[in-house]
Every structure is written in structure tokens, then in C-alpha cells.
Design a protein around this ligand. Sequence first.
Ligand code: SAH
Length: 343
Amino acid sequence: MKNIKDYNLDELKEEFKELGEKPYRAEQVYIWLYKDKVKEFDEMTNISKELRQKLKENFTLCNFKIVKKLESKDGTKKFLFDVLDGNMIETVLMEYHHGRTLCVSSQIGCKMGCKFCASTGIPFIRNLTAGEIVEQILAVEQEEKVKISNIVFMGIGEPFDNFENVINAISILNNPKGLNIGARHISISTSGIVPKIYELADKKIQCTLSISLHATNNKKRSEMMPVNNAYPIEELIKACKYYIEKTNKRISFEYALAKDNNDNLEDAKGLVKLLHGMLAHVNLIPINKIENGKFVKSTDNNIIRFRDYLNEHGIVATIRRELGSDIDAACGQLRRKTIEEKR
Ligand code: SAH
């Protein structure tokens, strides 16, 4: 059966037409789903019994089960969700002074194979559907009784490897009759799947694009991120320039600093050269330790020296706060869990 949360409002209206129902009914259902966050069709009290029956026969509501919830000493919360087919994913809720940000997963596992990231350690299973992406927000808002103001596609998976569902999820999130989260409050992070950068640019969606760069020459970047073999730095930067030109939006470049790997001044110089003149911002991430990972976090001195060098040479750089590392909820620490592990 189809998950009713997989449809954006226009698509749901079409579905309703096929069921012989008026389009405004779809709007009513949409409000029940996203404003009231009901878990059963029978809770939709202004919908006739007959229609509720029809909905039950044609759709599921896909309510994720929270298997585990961990809270960090910094207030960050990590949720382990059972996605109802035996698989599990993680989602992270962070509190900032400007609001609550949810870091959502887009796939069960990841194919990208970045050497410093735990999401890639266990084989890829499948893409999440649009509804399953949206469900992470619904489930957390309901559980925590909060409103989430920002979404980052920085959980498990490569969002551009599940492009269509991610874009559809964004259109569901955006709808004023639904969760009403503006595109400006949504960030997508990619390891650098170049053709999709062009596609996103042409769609002119107002979300923020983040690029996981992490190195400034192809040798080093390929060692860290195999995707660089398919889409080397020159092609990546060319696509980024196209994106900026098309959307007039600033790109955020993520750079995870690993000791004696990519954190010396030569690297900082390389970054200045690469991003010179671009509408860009650099987000420095002190690399988080993962099991069996060979990369070690840079020293505080090196991180600050790196940031200062960039800022002094015309590149705006900030250091990302390390949230949730005590519960393995920080960047790169999320991963698909197996059934055995949940126990
Ligand atoms: N697949 C997407 C989104 C995932 S992660 C991407 O690659 O962009 C979000 C960010 O965390 C990425 O920039 C990713 O490279 C970074 N990251 C992964 N592992 C990390 C680690 N161990 N320490 C710090 N950052 C990490």
C-alpha cells in the first residue's frame, strides 16, 4: 500500500480525484496529517466515515516507531527510528539560539564510501521515500511537542543520490497548509554529485546548498572521498559557480579538519585559491572520531589557525559547534543500525 505522506498536495489531490473525491478533501486530510499530526485516519473527525474507510483501504500512515532516544549533555537528542520494514535510521535534534534544527536521513545506509564517515560502514539498503523523510520531522515534533524551524539533510545518506524523493519531501515541508517550513530554512549537503548540482540550480529552489569539500587537491580528496574519482574538484567547482550564478545564493563548503591530513597552512592556502571570488562560506568541522576511522581531530590551535588564515584572506569561515558527540550524534557518526544492535 502507498504511504499517504509520500504525496505533495497537488499529487494528493490527483489521487483523491481518482478515488472520486473532491480536491478540497485532500487539503483537509493534509491539515490533519501535518498540522494535527494524527496517527490514525479515524482521528480525522471532519472527514466522513466512508472516506476514512476508503483512505484506510488505499493508504498507510507510516508512523515510525521510536526505538531509542538518547540525550547529550549539550541538549542534542538522537532518535533511532524503526522505519517499519525492519530497518533503522537515526535523526538528530539540535537546539540553537535561533531555533530547533533537525538533521534528517535520506537513505538507509550510504553508497558514497567517505573514509571518515560512519554512515558508510554498513552496506546500503535503500532510499527513503519522500514520506519517510517527512515522517522524521513529524515524529520528532510529536514526541517532543516542539516546532522544528530548520531542516538539514545531513543525516545518513547522500541526498543527491535520492534526488527526486528529497525534492518532493522539500515540497511537502514547504506547503503552508502542511509543515510550512520555508526553503530558506532547509539545507542540503552533498558529497559532490555534480549533475545534481546543475539540476538543483535549474530548479531555483531557495534552499541552502552545502558541499562536502574536505580537501583542495584531487589526490587528497580522492583518498578521503571516492566520489572525487567520478567528479573531480575542477568539475565540482565549475558546477558550484553555475549554481551561484543561477540562484545568486551563497554556497556553504564543509571542511572536516583531520590532524596531519588536511589541516596545515598549505591546505588553507589551497582553499583560498579554490574559492577566491566565489559567493561562499566555509564551515570548518573538527573531524569526529568514528570506529575504525584513521582520521584524528585537529588540535584546537590548528583549527583556529586554519580559520583565521581563511578569514584574513577574504574567505568567511566559521567553526561548526560540536554537538552530540557524547551520544554519537555528531557529523559523520550516524549510521544505519541492524536489528541486533537495537537490543
Ligand atoms: N552525504 C552528505 C550529507 C552527510 S553528512 C554529504 O556528504 O555531504 C554531513 C557532513 O558531515 C558532511 O560534510 C560530511 O562530510 C561530514 N562528516 C562526515 N563524517 C564526518 C566526521 N567523522 N567528522 C566530521 N564531519 C564529518
